[in-house]
Design a protein around this ligand. Structure first.
Ligand code: NAP
Length: 283
């Protein structure tokens, strides 16, 4: 029987810490505020915004949401970001992606001041993750993974961590975070040879490859800690991750569920960044 590394208690503990800090900030006249800019109605942005807004309200954080029409020009989107960047009452800025293809995402991300870049949209934030320095903010999803591992007191120092997926939003920043905690890290990708064998060598195996149930029986051995970052909706409406949970769970020492694992923690992490940004503002 493995330990289920549920995200709910992790998110709940994070939200409690956020609420305490929000009260402290408000006592000093600072009202932590997150601005969310979206363009058109891409992906499932609306559902995401509803969830974010509910959690922000529960934590006492103000959320300002601005939606530009789908045919908004590059200069209109840039103007909106400049205004948010220059507004001292805004502590964090989130640019919802995907954006309409007509917009230059890289150029827009560059307009977010690093001190307000609460979800690592800028190169400086990413540089901070790679250099282990306090520059901007790390991406919320890999930070969520680290919060789960810390909450359940999973030892990392000296352990072999294998991450499947090398994207700039999940795999690569997570590798840097695990390295900072003295894990020995292997990053795998679509060209990796002997993937199953490498996965079996892991003490901590993270699936972040964006393929439903892609890591199956041959990737696991008894006693591993398994973290599933993936989330997919299947044809029957159910959700699954990048790991074959049915094959993994009987062997694992501990495993994150999908749903109810990493995805549950990421919004709380993002809001914790807004609080840090507001605190930094009064230092
Ligand atoms: P991504 O940008 O598509 O990157 C996928 C990575 O997996 C790439 O590095 C790719 O290798 C690698 N890969 C793909 N197929 C592979 C295979 N068969 N064997 C080995 N490696 C393979 O995906 P992402 O944005 O990082 O997202 C990864 C997963 O996390 C997705 O399931 C996504 O839904 C999920 N996600 C969850 C959250 C959350 O809050 N829970 C947030 C963001 C993402 P190459 O580099 O060689 O192409």
């Amino acid at each position: 029987m493995s330990i289920i590394l549920s995200g709910a208690p992790v998110a709940s503990a994070l939200r409690e810490r956020i609420k305490n800090k929000t009260e402290n900030l408000k006592a000093q006249g600072v009202y932590p505020t997150l601005a969310v800019l979206s363009v058109g109605e891409e992906g499932d942005n609306e559902a995401y915004l509803r969830g974010l807004s509910k959690q922000a309200e529960a934590c006492g954080i103000d959320l300002l949401s601005e939606n530009l029409p789908a045919d908004a020009s590059q200069s209109r989107a840039e103007e909106a970001l400049r205004e948010l960047g220059n507004d001292p009452a805004i502590h964090g800025i989130l640019l919802l992606r995907p954006l309409p293809k007509s917009l230059n995402e890289t150029a827009l991300c560059r307009l977010i001041p690093p001190e307000k870049d609460v979800d690592c949209a800028t190169d400086l934030s990413l540089a901070g993750v790679f250099s282990h320095r306090q520059l901007g903010f790390p991406p919320a999803t890999p930070r969520g993974v680290m919060e789960i591992l810390a909450h359940y007191e999973i030892p990392l120092a000296g352990k072999r961590a294998v991450i499947v997926g090398r994207s700039l939003v999940v795999g690569r920043p997570l590798a840097m975070m695990l390295l900072k905690e003295d894990a020995t890290v292997t990053l795998c990708h679509s060209k990796t040879e002997n993937l199953e064998e490498i996965c079996r060598q892991a003490d901590i195996l993270v699936a972040a490859l964006g393929r439903p149930r892609a890591l199956s029986r041959g990737c696991f051995r008894p006693g591993q800690v398994l973290v599933d970052v993936g989330i997919h909706r299947l044809e029957d409406g159910s959700l699954c991750g990048d790991l074959d949970f049915g094959a993994a769970e009987p062997l694992a020492e501990a495993i994150t569920p999908v749903p109810g694992g990493v995805g549950t923690v990421t919004t709380a992490v993002l809001l914790s960044h807004v609080i840090t940004a507001a605190e930094n503002n009064i230092l």
